[in-house]
Every structure is written in structure tokens, then in C-alpha cells.
Unconditional design. Structure first.
Length: 244
């Protein structure tokens, strides 16, 4: 989920820069770890260094901590809420903070299912609830969803819509579905592996699997693991989108 959450951090920072508030419902990772990742991205400090208490550029670090010290960033980290609990606390935040325009929910697997019906149906109820909130409050909701293990058995491991785990109505409810792919993850040399934290940049793909109001295709981008972010490929090349 580290690679997937990097997209959330990239989008969250852009939202705050645009003066649009962000709510992160981190159902798996503690708020402190979320903030560490956000600061690493903003300050361009190695996440590994920050975990050790090391800072290379104090000015950028202080700018980043100040940037996130705002009412426009709210992080909840209570895991395994029920659907009702999640809905209630999201709405409570939206009522008190009208500038919240983007919500990130990480992830469906950490929402407590009541077991009253099939798992895929219950997950469909989650997506339906979040879609209703998005429409009622005119905001964007980003929901992270795990993939089925069957993907690991394919030669081409780029995600497809059918790979969504217990997707229920997620595919139907979502306006846009993005899949992430990093070839180096599958081709790394396990005997001489260089941690993603140490690599300057790796090629990655953001695959538009569904786009209700537009085209599908693939954006070829760079992934900087040590900063937990996606960037334009090689910094000098524009992001390239190949439409199908």
C-alpha cells in the first residue's frame, strides 16, 4: 500500500496548495506516520532519514511543517470503523470545515464489515455511501482498494478493473478508477535489491481504467520512493498520457 498511498500524498499536497482542504481517513496507518510521509514529500527529505530523526535541509523542513500546520488538513487514524461510524465522522468534519474539498479513505479492507450479507455487497455499500457524500457536498472522494491475488499469476501485471478485490459496486459507482504499476517492483533483483527509499526515480504508470466523462489511457510518470511522491518523468519531461 506504500506505493498506492504515495498517490494520495501527491494529490493531497496539491489540494492544499490550491487552498482546498483535505481530510485523510487513514484506517491503517497512524496519523504520525502519515504526517512524516507528507513532510518527506513536501520538504524533499528522505523518508528513511526522517524516521531516524535526520533532517538535511532545516529551512525546507520548517517550511513543510508550517505548510501542514493548517486547519485545512485533518487526519483521522481510528482503524476498523463501521460504515455508520465512518459516515458520521466524515459528515461531522464537513459540517465544521466547509473548505474540505478532497477526502482520502485508506482503505476499504480496514472498514469493519458486519457480516450480515456477502462481503462484496457490503463493500458496495461503502462505495455507495462515499459517492453520496461526494455528490451531496460537491467534493471529491478518493477510495483505496486492494487488488485480487490473481494478478500475481499473470505475465502482464498491470491492473485491470476485474482485479478489484470484492469490488461489489465500486466499479459501477466510481467516476474514475486509477490503477498503479511499477515494473521494477516485479523485476527487482532480490539478491542485490536497492531499496525504493534509495532510488532517485523509477518509471511508473498511472493507468486510467475507467473515466466516466473522458478517455482511458496511461500516464507515464516518475515515482520517487524516498520522497513518497509521483512526479513528471525525469523532471524535465512532461507527463505523457497514452489514450486508448
Amino acid at each position: 500500500m506504500y506505493f498506492t498511498f504515495a498517490l494520495d500524498t501527491t494529490l493531497a499536497i496539491q489540494s492544499i496548495e490550491d487552498k482546498k482542504g483535505v481530510l485523510i481517513e487513514s484506517l491503517e496507518m497512524p496519523a504520525k506516520k502519515i504526517m512524516t510521509r507528507l513532510i518527506a514529500t513536501r520538504a524533499e527529505e528522505s523518508l528513511n532519514d526522517l524516521k531516524k530523526g535526520l533532517v538535511k535541509n532545516r529551512n525546507r523542513f520548517e517550511e513543510a511543517t508550517g505548510f501542514f500546520g493548517t486547519d485545512d488538513l485533518i487526519i483521522h487514524d481510528k482503524s476498523y470503523p463501521t460504515l455508520t461510524e465512518l459516515q458520521s465522522r466524515i459528515k461531522a468534519v464537513l459540517r465544521k470545515n466547509p473548505n474540505i474539498k478532497n477526502i482520502f479513505v485508506d482503505h476499504t479492507g480496514k472498514i469493519q464489515l458486519l457480516g450480515k450479507t456477502r462481503e462484496d455487497i457490503e463493500i458496495g455499500q461503502i462505495s455507495a455511501m462515499l459517492k453520496k457524500i461526494a455528490r451531496d457536498y460537491n467534493i471529491r472522494v478518493f477510495l483505496l482498494q486492494q487488488l485480487n491475488r490473481a494478478l500475481e499469476t499473470r505475465e502482464n501485471k498491470r491492473p485491470k478493473l476485474s482485479d478489484l478485490k470484492n469490488s461489489g459496486n465500486i466499479e459501477e459507482d466510481a467516476d474514475i478508477v486509477l490503477g498503479l504499476y511499477r515494473e521494477s517492483y516485479y523485476k527487482q533483483n532480490k539478491e542485490n535489491n536497492v531499496s525504493m527509499y534509495e532510488k532517485a526515480q523509477e518509471a511508473a504508470e498511472i493507468i486510467i481504467l475507467k473515466n466516466r466523462d473522458g478517455k482511458t489511457g496511461t500516464a507515464h510518470v516518475g515515482f520517487e520512493g524516498k520522497y513518497v511522491r509521483f512526479v513528471e518523468k525525469e523532471a524535465t519531461e512532461p507527463i505523457v498520457v497514452e489514450f486508448e
